[in-house]
Design a protein around this ligand. Structure first.
Ligand SMILES: [Zn+2]
Length: 76
């Protein structure tokens, strides 16, 4: 399977899969938290947790629990 990190500004070892206090899946990379947004086919799309109020469009995709693509660019 293709596994390319685009614009990787982080070490893949820094990626942490965590659960929120409400039990929702989150991904933590450094100081940023991503929350699960949608599923299309086998890909899960995750957006920065501040997506709503800060209009941050950093995004990443996972397939079967592995990060396959990221746009780890934040405006905050
Ligand atoms: Zn962000």
């Amino acid at each position: 399977m293709e596994s390319i990190l685009v614009a990787s500004q982080f070490d893949p070892d820094d990626i942490e899969f965590i659960l929120s206090k409400r039990g929702r899946p989150l991904i933590k990379i450094g100081k940023y938290i991503y929350r699960k947004q949608s599923l299309s086919g086998v890909k899960t799309r995750w957006v920065c947790s501040t997506h709503g109020h800060k209009k941050c469009y950093a995004v990443l995709y996972t397939v079967e629990g592995e990060v396959v693509r990221t746009k780890n660019v934040h405006n905050h």
